[in-house]
Write a protein that binds this ligand. Structure first.
Ligand SMILES: *Cc1c(COP(=O)(O)O)cnc(C)c1O
Length: 221
């Protein structure tokens, strides 16, 4: 199997309305170019400096998504070009993204990362921390003019127990649905639910995912 045949096979299984992020972290540009030539235009990386090197070297019609944990002091490197930041897990980080986006005259789309797994190692907000951020947005309409919260992201526990994974995805979906009940503002427009990776994306789609982040099933050939 090749990268392009892997990619096309996965794309065929995705329903309309589900966006594929090709997760290309640690892969060389030559691999990314194979996916690009097969039509892929959305790539996900988990290190800002690696993503920036790839952005500089590759065609400019690519959308770059930051899917990893974001270090505040590196936001400035991606602010000129990043399309979507999946891993926002604090108001402080949102404020830094806002500040750097303003310097670049941009509005940067962000997903709030929710903690849904049963693992100490994963990052993310719990529901009360999510509500604190949403309340801040609602009570400070003239702040955070340069970010837009467009949805939620989450990662299930790394386990073979499909029932557990499904329950975690359904939990995230229900948080997403209640977020969509909130009054929208210019910077709160939730429409994207980013959940599902190589091992669990079909389950994630059944549970309401609109964006899947797939790496090894595409790039491990
Ligand atoms: C690596 C990674 C993925 C892709 O994982 P695969 O199992 O290789 O598909 C998805 N999301 C995040 C946040 C990742 O770090």
């Amino acid at each position: 199997m090749s990268i392009s045949s892997n990619l096309l096979a996965i794309k065929q299984t995705l329903p309309k309305g589900v966006t594929l992020v090709a997760v290309s972290k640690t892969k060389p540009i030559s691999d990314l170019m194979q996916a690009y030539e097969a039509g892929q235009r959305i790539f996900g990386e988990n290190k800002i400096l690696e993503m920036t090197d790839k952005w500089e070297a590759m065609p400019k019609d690519i959308e770059w998504h930051m899917i990893g944990h974001v270090q505040t002091n590196k936001v400035k490197f991606m602010a000129p070009y990043v399309k979507l930041v999946h891993g926002v897990d604090s108001l402080k980080l949102l404020e830094e993204i806002n500040k750097q986006a303003a310097k670049n005259n941009r509005v940067i789309d962000c997903l709030l990362q929710m903690y849904i797994a049963n693992e100490e190692t994963k990052f993310g907000l719990d529901q009360s921390e999510l509500m604190q951020i949403i309340n801040y947005i609602h009570t400070h309409p003239d702040q955070l003019q340069h970010i837009r919260i467009v949805g939620l992201m989450g990662m299930a526990t790394f386990t073979k127990d499909e029932t557990q994974i499904k329950n975690e995805f359904l939990n995230l979906k229900s948080i997403f649905d209640s977020l969509k009940q909130q009054p929208t503002t210019h910077n709160l427009q939730p429409s994207i639910l980013s959940m599902g990776m190589s091992g669990d994306y079909q389950l994630a789609i059944q549970c309401g995912s609109t964006m899947v982040r797939i790496g090894s099933s595409i790039f491990s050939v």
